[in-house]
Design a protein around this ligand. Structure first.
Ligand SMILES: Nc1ncnc2c1ncn2[C@@H]1O[C@H](COP(=O)(O)OP(=O)(O)OP(=O)(O)O)[C@@H](O)[C@H]1O
Ligand SMILES: CC(=O)N[C@H]1[C@@H]2OC[C@@H](O2)[C@@H](O)[C@@H]1O[C@H](C)C(=O)O
Length: 367
């Protein structure tokens, strides 16, 4: 049976809530519906940044000390507003939507301690929007010893199934952190985080240029990357470790650039993201022939150029050019995962998160 599933994603870039509707049975996507976006205000974004700093002290996933309780209320309210606006704009009623997939906002990710924390109150959201909500997608996986991320690979596979491209295909998401899904025919699905996405670059642009991000990569295009710095950074043990593996948004925040002009700094961090993505190639069973790039980083033309330079003769294209709604993919994925969770289908696998066996997940909250 097909479900009308609404996915809600608030990613590590802390920019806002992405909303996307799909028709799915949890295996295939029958139709793509409209999408929406509810940005965080500067004050909300600041609060989330503080919540991330405070969350480093957490040792329990449901504890909300200090500012985290307020941050959770803000996240829940922003999602409720995002759904209300989406429903009104598309002239829908809550009963037209069968299920909502609510990722929440990750504030801490420490899989080695079996701890991953997403704030956002599922039961409160279900009551506010009058629609059943599946939430807490990552909990069961980390509890079972998995990485708890990435979770979009099953959705990337569903999208790639109808793609006529030479395999192996890699779908790369360049969000705050970058992650890849490696697809080789029907049987091979491998995934991992690869390293930084835009988070280091965004933080740098904010500090040095008072800008939220490097639009289209124009600033980095003016600079020269410090290849020696990148080579040293890539010596961190994370990059040589085989998949599956995952990261916290701030895992590389301690890396400091040397003294260099700001444009060179932006070029270096952009090239570092591209080089870290390409560093996964020798860790995969076969060399990928086709790369599909999604997430906000796909709009960064310097990032795309630098990735092309590092993947040899493979074909690199932005997801948007394939007709995929690049910015909505993660939201669509959490609608898809909600449908899978309802059906008891696996959300994660040994080769995507390192969980001992294929694992379903998500917790349902009814209005
Ligand atoms: N026009 C643009 N030019 C360059 N970069 C852009 C552009 N638009 C967005 N970005 C980058 O993409 C980022 C947002 O990406 P995205 O929405 O995919 O992240 P996210 O979903 O929050 O993160 P994650 O996938 O890690 O959870 C912005 O912070 C910015 O760095
Ligand atoms: C713990 C967490 O929220 N991780 C995010 C983050 O952002 C990108 C990358 O790191 C990915 O592993 C994951 O998000 C996507 C949606 C995922 O689970 O596939």
């Amino acid at each position: 049976m097909m479900l009308t599933a609404l996915g809600l994603m608030s990613g590590t870039s802390l920019d806002g809530v992405d909303v996307a509707l799909i028709e799915t049975d949890g295996k295939q996507v029958k139709a793509f519906g409209p999408t929406g976006y509810r940005p965080y205000s500067p004050a909300e974004r600041n609060l989330l940044r503080q919540a991330l700093s405070e969350a480093v002290h957490l040792s329990q996933r449901d504890a909300r000390p200090g500012i985290l309780a307020e941050a959770e209320r803000v996240v829940t309210r922003a999602h409720a507003e995002a759904v209300a606006t989406f429903v009104a704009q598309n002239r829908m009623r809550p009963e037209d939507i069968d299920i909502v997939g609510f990722h929440g906002q990750t504030v801490l990710h420490r899989p080695e301690k079996r701890l991953t924390v997403q704030i956002g109150d599922g039961p409160a959201l279900a009551k506010a929007i009058h629609i059943p909500v599946v939430h807490d997608f990552r909990a069961a996986d980390v509890e079972a010893g998995g990485q708890g991320a990435p979770f979009v690979p099953v959705y990337h596979r569903a999208l790639a199934n109808s793609l006529e491209r030479e395999g192996p295909i890699v779908v790369v998401n360049i969000g705050g952190v970058s992650n890849i899904t490696y697809i080789d025919g029907n049987d091979t699905l491998i995934a991992c985080d690869t390293g930084p996405g835009n988070a280091l670059l965004d933080d740098f642009m904010y500090r040095t240029m008072n800008q939220a991000f490097d639009a289209e990569g124009k600033f980095a295009a003016l600079g020269k990357a410090d290849e020696a710095w990148i080579a040293r950074a890539l010596e961190l043990p994370f990059f040589a470790a085989p998949p599956p593996k995952s990261l916290d948004r701030n895992d590389f925040a301690a890396l400091k650039l040397g003294d260099m002009p700001p444009a060179d700094g932006a070029a270096t961090l952009t090239a570092f993201t591209a080089a870290a993505i390409a560093r996964v190639i020798p860790l995969l069973p076969r060399r990928p022939r086709s790369w599909v790039v999604c997430g906000g980083g796909a709009r960064n033309l310097t990032m795309l150029r630098m990735l092309r330079e590092r993947v040899g003769s493979a074909y690199v294209e932005a997801a948007e050019t394939l007709g995929w709604a690049s910015d909505a993919i993660e939201a669509q994925a959490f609608g898809f995962l909600a449908a899978r969770g309802l059906r008891g289908l696996p959300l994660s696998y040994p080769a995507t998160t390192g969980v001992p066996m294929p694992m379903t997940g998500g917790v349902i909250a009814r209005p």
